[in-house]
Design a protein around this ligand. Sequence first.
Ligand code: FAD
Length: 325
Amino acid sequence: LSIKELYECKATPSISLEFFPPKTDSGTRNLMERMGRMSAMDPLFITVTWGAGGTTSDKTLNLAQLISKEFNVPVCMHLTCTNMERSVIDEALKKCQEIGIKNILALRGDPPIGEDWIDSDGNPEYEFKHAIDLVRYIKETYGSEFCIGVAAYPEGHYQEDSENAIQDPVKDLVYLKEKIDAGADFVITQMFYDVERFLAFEQLFRDNISMNIPLFPGLMPINSYLLFQRASKLSHASIPEKILERFPPEIQFDDDSVKSIGVEILIDIIEEIYKRTSGRVRCFHFYTLNLEKAIAQIVSQSPTLSHILEENESSSDDEVTPQEN
Ligand code: FAD
């Protein structure tokens, strides 16, 4: 089933999970074990990241294939389109067809830090400039064979190279609409901690683009204070004062306290979104960073999500046993 169909069939709240391909075989083995435990959280789908420019193409495809073989979960492969020859895109999509991957998150990608875009200069191998070009290409070449997702930014996309680097979700809206009009079936958002900004964006999306397209909010658990600060900065996600106040200086280096406050913060975000969208947003996408513990705690303690583990406990003996850290 495609992610769109799955979402439509699933009335109860659920989660989805993003993983990145480990560098080594032993890393992949550990990750597969971890995913085995995390499958007790019954994710609606799992996504696998793609290194911009095709840097992880083999590893991404291998991991995507392993997951779909080992677990009964639909896989969505991320695919970027800039700074990369079109033949790499074609090979990746053909491989997805072969191994039965039906869902693609179509992205633009960014050039490596400190480097420029490869100028297409009329070279059809580098003709993709924006994610919309990839959405159109997949639709034209493969029809409805793939269910296509696209990215969105509740606080606006940050353009490194623009003269006035401002983030403006309203400015981006026209391009997001273009991606949906070209055939994208679902949307996953950039991570955020400011729930009010997400809710304002969701309303904007519903009023201007679609009432029905699934919109998955991107959530990153807080595993350490420094990483939380760094990831928010890199993703241009603001941290509301009310959240910062929950980390007084004396606990910022106490990872256990930071993690448990982080779990409470993520649960508050989930409850607020579920309640204030009247369940219209009901699948929560986790940027796992390949870790399980915080997510297992969030799912088991969140009033909106805890039913998942209860239902699974009664139907299987599997347990989510956090292992890392
Ligand atoms: P686009 O939709 O092309 O938008 C990029 C910018 O261009 C926006 O400012 C938009 O407003 C503007 N724009 C769009 N179309 C036009 C147009 N026709 N004319 C003028 N301006 C336009 N990166 C990776 O390398 N690998 C990954 O696996 C990955 N996964 C991601 C998953 C999610 C959920 C998200 C949110 C991001 C992910 N990224 C990933 C990062 C992503 O590649 C970057 O954020 C990138 O800068 C933008 O990608 P996009 O698909 O949103 O681009």
